[in-house]
Design a protein around this ligand. Structure first.
Ligand code: ZN
Length: 337
């Protein structure tokens, strides 16, 4: 493999770092990729720690220059038009009150609970809509890495008392324009008092932060005792990731600094004071289709080019490739110990 120090051709300053999970600086190169999404200059090496197996980008942008690898048109920072389906929302709201104790807390007994389950599934309120879960405590929720506020908006609709946090001035400004309580920063324990939140969510954020172990410890501090942590991440151990290599869409170099597996995120959460309760697949389809598009863009691949235009087929392929229990994107529910 070509030396990554020579390969870097960019103004972004880089640094070599030890493993964030175990501290070891002994690792093996596993691939050399580049920015397939925004086409920023430079090649980036992804390594696997010999001691604990954590996969991470190394060398990587320094914390001081990290912001420069996020262009102004970076997707999660753009203001979105939030869809509102009134009937679906009313049905979901009723079902969530029956089944997940959402406010106002007036359950209608066993019949309500029985009917609510198919409604949650039919209206995609369960799992496929990845962002819904049982009511927790007093309903105070921090969305860490809130981007333009799409998730804050949705959870506010469901009755949660929402607060956002993001390192991007652009994202924070967009959220504030919509009236959300959002602070700019990366260290939640410096912004909020200990034991402040019932739930903290990190939707595809942990792979972006310089030290995910430190971030998880900070999140642990601001969560109430037995508070809930919900994290979504790409899975570097998925068959799709192994098959696609540098064309794997969620590799997203150099913005993704850590590339988690079920094993490494579980170890890291335990180290930060959490107990993992469940890990399940996030919605299917998008990752396969976008990975196929990357591959097609670079190489003429007949069948892959045809498949990359068929979202449903890509979704089926993604499900088949996930039958080994390793989906390309995963959601982890954990509890503060
Ligand atoms: Zn390690």
């Amino acid at each position: 493999m070509k030396s990554t120090d020579e390969a870097i051709d960019t103004e972004v300053k880089t640094e070599r770092v030890p493993c964030d999970l175990c501290g070891s600086d002994s690792s093996d190169d596993i691939l050399l990729g580049r920015d397939m999404l925004h086409g920023l200059a430079g090649k980036w090496s992804v390594v696997r720690c010999r001691k604990c197996g954590l996969v991470y980008t190394n060398p990587r942008p320094t914390p001081e220059t990290l912001a420069s690898v996020y262009p102004p048109d970076y997707g999660p920072y753009q203001a979105q038009q939030h869809k509102r389906h009134r009937l679906r929302r009313r049905l979901q709201q009723w079902a969530m009150r029956q089944h997940w104790n959402y406010p106002p807390h007036d359950k209608s007994g066993w019949l309500g609970r029985l009917l609510s389950w198919p409604i949650l599934i039919l209206t995609k309120g369960q799992r496929r809509n990845f962002d819904l879960f049982p009511w927790q405590g007093q309903g105070k929720l921090l969305d860490y890495g809130c981007g333009s506020g799409g998730y804050l908006d949705r959870m506010k609709q469901w009755g949660w008392n929402v607060v956002g946090m993001d390192m991007s001035d652009q994202a924070v400004a967009t959220c504030r324009e919509q009236g959300f309580d959002v602070c700019r920063g990366i260290a939640p324990d410096q912004e909020f008092a200990p034991d402040s939140f019932d739930v903290v969510t990190l939707w595809h954020v942990l792979e972006h932060v310089p030290s995910p172990t430190r971030t998880l410890c900070q999140v642990n501090t601001v969560l109430k005792p037995h508070g809930k942590l919900v994290v979504a991440l790409p899975n570097i151990d998925s068959l799709l990731a192994r098959w696609m290599g540098i064309y794997w869409y969620p590799l997203e170099l150099p913005r993704h600094l850590t590339h988690f597996s079920k094993t490494t995120i579980t170890k890291m959460m335990e180290k930060a004071g959490f107990r993992v309760e469940k890990i399940y697949a996030q919605r299917y389809g998008q990752v396969t289709q976008k990975s196929f598009r990357y591959l097609t863009r670079e190489k003429k691949k007949g069948i892959i080019a045809i498949l990359s235009g068929r979202r449903r087929l890509c979704s089926i392929i993604e499900r088949i490739l996930s039958l080994n229990g390793e989906p390309p994107r995963m959601v982890i529910h954990a509890r503060k110990i």
